[in-house]
Design a binder for this molecule. Structure first.
Ligand code: SAM
Length: 354
């Protein structure tokens, strides 16, 4: 068994992360697109959440997002009785329960760690927030892709900003994760919470009954439970339409998404996805294919080194310049735009395609 031995902060992560031995032949998950209505149907009747406070470099000091509790996702799986039923159409939830309980954080080709928030995703929020202030970066009128989103904290932050702005955004946000269960159990509930905590849900909350159990305060600083009722689902989809926000969700391997990509993105984000060197060519190919031809913002947030699995920033930079990538027209240069040197180093790199 390999073992990561870097510490992860607060309840973002367990203190030690493990990756189980790589099977000889890994059959990678195929591409699948999940509609918003399917994800709404997969929501449980109640979501419990806690605040996730993200430090910002600006005067604002921090931003707080509501994030679904992991124990609540576990409870959903158990209460829906989605366990080892081989005839079940989705096999992912079975795995999800195992991975929620298991000590391993990554099982290559099976579960890639998306149920938990990894710390570089918080760095990405801080950096994007700074860019918004320093360069007037806008998330409106953009196509945005988060590769390997997991709990999707960077994209949820972008979405929360759009919900707070309350004006027509004309934004398309694509969330990619390896596992269907991650999108159903964590990514999508976090999106619902971002909407509920924002002014975009004000009309829904105002029309609601006075029962505080049905409508908890729209304050992400407070932990709580949000009932998922039909009127909430329709108010959410109505908000998306009103603000011209399109949400796209896809699961499966990076290879499979690359072959299905038919649009280019202005902003492409990824956090903590460069840990395994064997997967770097597929990741780089996807990032290249996904980026718009003109001035895309492509950001990769990562630890400098992933002990025990061999990946890290140097390996990523090397892969970007390798002959394989040059031959595929996917070579690029890295501009480090943010760095933390204390403890296990972390970086945010902007990729300039050649
Ligand atoms: C360690 S998690 C990081 C999750 C999230 N970005 C964060 O920072 O909290 C790695 C993510 O990359 C994705 N991933 C890893 N390898 C993949 C592969 N070969 N194909 C598709 N997705 C993959 C998984 O979906 C997983 O969510």
């Amino acid at each position: 068994m390999f073992q990561f031995d870097f510490g992860i902060e607060e309840d973002v992560e367990p203190s030690t992360q493990t990756v189980v031995a790589v099977p000889e032949v890994v059959q990678l998950e195929p591409f699948a697109e999940l509609s918003v209505s399917r994800l709404l149907d997969a929501l449980p009747p109640l979501i419990s959440y806690s605040p996730l406070s993200i430090p910002l470099p600006s005067d604002r000091k921090n931003v707080t997002l509501a994030r679904r509790d992991l124990f609540d996702a576990r409870f959903q799986l158990i209460s829906e009785g989605r366990d080892d039923d081989p005839s079940s159409e989705t096999t992912a939830p079975t795995s999800a329960l195992e991975f929620l309980d298991a000590p391993s954080d990554l099982v290559p080709g099976v579960y890639e760690g998306g149920l938990k928030t990894w710390e570089c995703s918080l760095d990405l929020v801080g950096y994007l927030d700074g860019l918004k202030d320093s360069t007037n970066l806008s998330f409106s009128n953009k196509r945005i892709l988060e590769v390997g989103c997991g709990t999707a904290i960077p994209s949820v932050y972008l979405l929360y900003s759009l919900f707070c702005a309350e004006s027509k955004a004309n934004t398309n946000l694509h969330f990619q994760d390896y596992n269907v269960s991650v999108l159903e159990l964590i990514t999508f509930p976090n999106i619902i919470l971002a909407w509920y905590m924002s002014p975009a849900s004000a009309e829904y909350r105002a029309a609601a009954s006075d029962d505080p159990a049905e409508h908890p305060p729209a304050d992400p600083i407070l932990a709580g439970e949000l009932p998922i009722i039909p009127s909430l689902k329709s108010a959410f989809t109505a908000s998306l339409a009103k603000l011209a926000i399109t949400l796209v969700f896809s699961s499966g391997s990076w290879e499979s998404l690359t072959t299905h990509l038919d649009v280019k993105y202005d902003i492409v984000l990824t956090s903590e996805t460069i840990y395994r060197t064997q997967a770097l060519p597929a990741l780089i190919h996807l990032l290249r294919q996904a980026c718009a031809d003109s001035n895309p913002l492509c950001l990769v947030a990562a630890k400098v080194l992933y002990f025990g699995v061999g990946g890290g920033v140097s390996e990523f930079i090397e892969a970007l310049k390798s002959k394989i990538m040059v031959d595929k027209g996917c070579s690029g240069r890295v501009e480090p735009v943010w760095e933390r040197k204390v403890g296990v180093g972390r970086k945010i790199m902007r990729i300039e395609w050649e």
